[in-house]
Design a binder for this molecule. Structure first.
Ligand code: NAD
Length: 423
């Protein structure tokens, strides 16, 4: 059953289990997804034809609560990736101490090639196909790559049509006017920013000197860049799917974003000194203190790991570093702040949105930000301390931390030790 990406992800479970005395029942349960639904969406295109798109949703584990995770639109999405992302969500929700399990969904589509109406039909078709699988107390989707607030609004609307009542808590990442939370837009980047600021002294990083390279200048990467730049960190390089720029004097992320909005690429953005254009691969290996992969998985791999110059890597993307690359980085004394901690701000504010929807009581943006800070900082501290005390890398420490919480829930249902004692 283990496939390429999923097999690699499961290695993290094995590595974490070595540092804890959890019951084998716990590991057995966490080795497999609870349920996965695969289907084909038949969507009416603008020219009248019908096109088929493969779609998936996986509820990996719900020991700690309803499953939670985004829906990704990408031409290369497949079952292996969806299962892996759902596995990561299980551990991420446990790291963030949210009362959720992990889930994920995906559609194999190049969303950029669809018209807005085609995209709406596709998104509504997804909900029609998965309506029995998702639900406000069962499985709660959210945005991921190439899905956004409008897509979530269509999906929430379709679900309310199908259930004949408003049901905002079925999905998060909605526009604020439809029950979305203030502060969700920048939550992932902001969470990473709080993690960095919480640990920067331990990491020997500080704003005036810290040179930062960010791969992927989308939602997560841009907001992270904006926040750390405002605190004085120097952003020396950024990239998107088409281009990469590097300027040792530092880039202004707001100017880069404005340029990207106008031209669709980061290259060519106005800078103090003329920025050099690099390839995406070169950018990952560029001179800097902190490297922030914020694009997609499998970017730091065995082939380029030894060439990474950054001392610290903060993973805003999900799964940007392969286990083989991790080993190279660890041997070279580099420190990786893992995705399941660094990007957990997104799901944390998604949880806040769900809580607000259920309570029908809405918080201020400042309130959301303060709660996020209060939630993520102690988890970053615990994981860093665990890494330090046990002499294990931070990723393993994060998995150990999450596994402790998952094990407590799974063991509370009874293990062999309990049943073997008899009645
Ligand atoms: P996004 O679509 O807003 O941005 C992705 C960015 O990456 C875009 O700028 C795109 O041009 C760029 N990109 C794509 N392929 C690239 C490549 N090969 N090299 C360089 N850049 C490339 O997506 P996002 O929401 O910012 O998500 C980015 C990553 O963060 C994903 O791994 C996602 O799973 C993860 N993440 C996002 C959230 C969230 O709330 N948005 C939460 C948790 C994790």
């Amino acid at each position: 059953m283990a496939t390429a990406l999923f097999g690699k992800a499961r290695k993290r479970l094995k590595a974490a289990a070595k540092h804890l005395s959890v019951h084998p029942d716990v590991i057995e349960k966490l080795r497999y997804p609870k349920e996965t639904l695969a289907t084909t969406l038949l969507v009416r295109m603008d020219d009248g034809s019908r096109r088929a798109f493969k779609a998936w949703r996986c509820r990996y584990d719900d020991s700690r609560g309803p499953t939670k995770g985004g829906i990704r639109y990408h031409p290369k999405v497949n079952l292996d990736e969806v299962m892996t992302l759902a596995f990561w969500m299980t551990f991420k929700c446990a790291v963030a101490n949210l009362p959720y399990g992990g889930g994920k969904g995906g559609v194999a589509v190049d969303a950029k090639k669809l018209s807005r109406m085609e995209l709406e039909r596709l998104s509504r078709a997804y909900v029609q196909a998965f309506a029995r699988f998702i639900g406000p107390d069962r499985d709660i989707p959210a945005p991921d790559m190439y899905t956004n607030g409008i897509v979530m609004a269509w999906m929430a609307d379709e679900y309310s049509v199908m259930t004949d009542q408003p049901n905002p808590a079925v999905i998060t990442g909605k526009p604020v006017a439809l029950g979305g939370s203030l502060g969700r837009e920048d939550a992932t980047g902001r969470g990473g920013y709080y993690v960095l600021r919480q640990l920067e002294q331990d990491l020997g990083l500080s704003p005036p000197k810290g040179r930062v390279v960010i791969q992927g200048f989308g939602n997560a990467g841009f907001h992270f860049a904006r926040l750390i730049h405002a605190d004085g960190y120097r952003i020396v390089g950024v990239s998107d799917s088409r281009s990469a720029i590097y300027d040792p004097d530092g880039l202004d992320p707001l100017a880069v974003e404005e340029h990207k909005q106008k031209t669709g690429r980061v290259a060519g953005a106005p800078t103090a000194r003329k920025a050099r254009e690099l390839s995406n691969a070169e950018l990952l290996e560029a001179e800097c203190d902190l490297l922030v992969p914020a694009a997609m998985e499998n970017q730091i791999v065995l082939e380029n790991a030894a060439s990474i110059k950054a001392r610290i890597i903060l993973e805003l993307a999900n799964g940007p570093t392969t286990p083989a690359a991790d080993a190279v980085l660890n041997r070279a004394g580099k420190l990786v702040i893992p995705d399941i901690l660094a990007n957990s701000g997104g799901v944390t504010v998604s949880y806040f949105e769900w809580v607000q929807n259920k309570a029908g009581y809405y918080w201020s943006e400042d309130d959301v930000q303060q709660r996020l800070k209060k939630n993520i900082e102690p988890e970053a501290r615990r994981i860093f301390d665990l890494h330090y005390q046990k002499g294990i890398d931070m990723r393993t420490a994060a998995y150990v931390h999450a596994l402790q919480r998952l094990a407590a829930s799974i063991e509370a249902h009874g293990t062999k030790a309990y049943f073997a004692r008899g009645s």
